[in-house]
Write a protein that binds this ligand. Structure first.
Ligand code: HGY
Ligand code: MN
Ligand code: MN
Length: 420
């Protein structure tokens, strides 16, 4: 039986593109393509060749994102533009589909329009947003933040442990390395920003639903937590009176989990908190730990829950610090409010899925995405496709070419719908 979505998108071509990009990884740590890495540059080159072969005009914008544009016919009166984008950078030992599926879906739209010789009455931009994943400079979504005018000087001046300044790295791959003075100058003419992404959770797979239509992307806040005690000889420092920074940090980690559990249980919208990065100094087996640095990653659709969590964490940390005679410092690194996806675009996406006979549900995103920042400057929306077991940010991440083709067909139908 011909699958209706095959009219729009070709799973074999999708599989070939995904496999080609999967080759561009650190060989000893698949699948790893960190922003600014040699693998990343090779992926950019591969992408630019595919964009050009599909007739797109390519440029690297000021923020370092790769943009392939299919222009509206010259006769179109002040055409607006629609953006379809995602990202090809990965986390360390990540997957083959997080971000990549969305860029490949954008190319599928171009192939369909070219094959059908359809001219849209607006420009269509296919975008690989620079550095969507959290990086060593502590900031994710570099390209979309820049487009939204949110990539500031203090972020660009950050230097990693090898002395690489973020602004210089952006300049090295073709951006200006300078902060944007505001949203991209043509933001007013952006009719829509659309992104296809794997769900990175298991709701669609469990409920056997083809398409997720994203309602909102939780606000991501990140804090550094520093615990300072006294390093000492593990053999001679009596148990009484120790100022063990790691014991204190462990108490804070457990308390953070308890507070997050109780808030998540009361909040019917998305709330999670994770301490996933910890550094112990001097980290010697024969030394009582003197200092611990941790990163707290907090995701909340409801800002009241976020504020309540931080209030309770501060209070609990103060109590722990007194009991353990260690100092505890909590500093905010970044904060973003919840991003609501555009209602009218969500309805168009739902209509497109219906037209294609695809099942769909509304759901909130647990992960952060470029559309969170693009939604600050233009109507933005996302669709999710199922992924195996909801796994992501690991080599086992898996979805199928058919699932990407189904999602691509929804994007293509929506473009045709918007073209009238
Ligand atoms: O961290 C995130 O949520 C996304 O994968 N960058
Ligand atoms: Mn992603
Ligand atoms: Mn990711």
């Amino acid at each position: 039986m011909t699958k209706h979505f095959n009219t729009y998108s070709e799973p074999n071509r999708i599989a070939e593109a995904v496999e080609a990009l999967a080759e561009l990884t650190e060989p000893q740590r698949p699948f790893t393509r960190l922003v600014f890495s040699p693998e990343f540059s090779r992926a950019r080159q591969w992408l630019q060749e595919r964009f050009e072969a599909a007739g797109l005009e390519c440029q690297i914008d000021a923020g370092g994102s790769l943009i392939g544009t299919r222009k509206a016919p010259a006769a179109s009166e002040s055409p607006g533009k629609i953006i379809i984008g995602s990202h090809v950078d990965t986390v360390p030992a990540g997957g083959r589909f997080d971000g990549i599926a969305g860029v490949v879906a954008g190319l599928e739209a171009i192939h369909f329009l070219n094959a059908q010789r359809i001219d849209l009455p607006f420009d269509l931009e296919i975008v690989d947003f620079l550095g969507e994943e959290l990086n060593v400079w502590g900031t994710s979504c570099l390209g979309s933040r820049h487009m939204a005018g949110l990539l500031t000087d203090d972020i660009l001046d950050r230097v990693d442990q090898d002395g690489r300044r973020l602004g210089d790295e952006i300049e090295r791959i073709g951006g200006t390395g300078k902060p944007a003075s505001g949203p991209r100058p043509d933001a007013q003419s952006i009719l829509a920003c659309l992104e296809l992404h794997i769900e990175q959770s298991d709701r669609l797979e469990t409920d056997q639903i083809d398409i997720g239509i994203v309602t909102d992307i939780p606000g991501i806040s990140r804090y550094s937590i520093t615990v300072t005690g006294s390093a000492g000889h593990s053999g001679t420092t009596r148990m009484e009176g120790r100022r063990d920074a790691l014991v204190t940090a462990s108490d804070i980690i457990m308390t953070a989990r308890e507070i997050a559990r109780s808030i998540a249980a009361q909040d019917n919208r998305h709330f999670v908190a994770t301490i996933g990065r910890i550094e112990v100094y001097p980290n010697g087996a024969a030394t009582v730990p003197g200092e611990v640095k941790m990163i707290l990653d907090l995701r909340a659709s409801n800002e009241h829950s976020r504020d309540m969590f931080m209030e309770q964490l501060h209070a609990a940390s103060l109590e722990t610090s007194r009991r353990e005679s260690c100092d505890v410092g909590i500093e905010r690194i970044s904060e973003a409010s919840v991003a609501h996806m555009d209602d009218a675009l969500r309805q168009r996406l739902a209509r497109s899925a219906d037209h294609l006979g695809l099942s769909h549900i509304n759901l909130s995103s647990g992960a952060g995405h470029d559309m969170a920042h693009m939604s600050r400057i233009a109507p933005s929306a996302m669709i999710f496709i199922p992924c195996k077991g909801g796994l992501s940010h690991c080599p086992e991440e898996l979805t199928t070419p058919d699932a990407i083709a189904r999602g691509s067909a929804v994007l293509i139908r929506t473009l045709l719908d918007m073209a009238g």
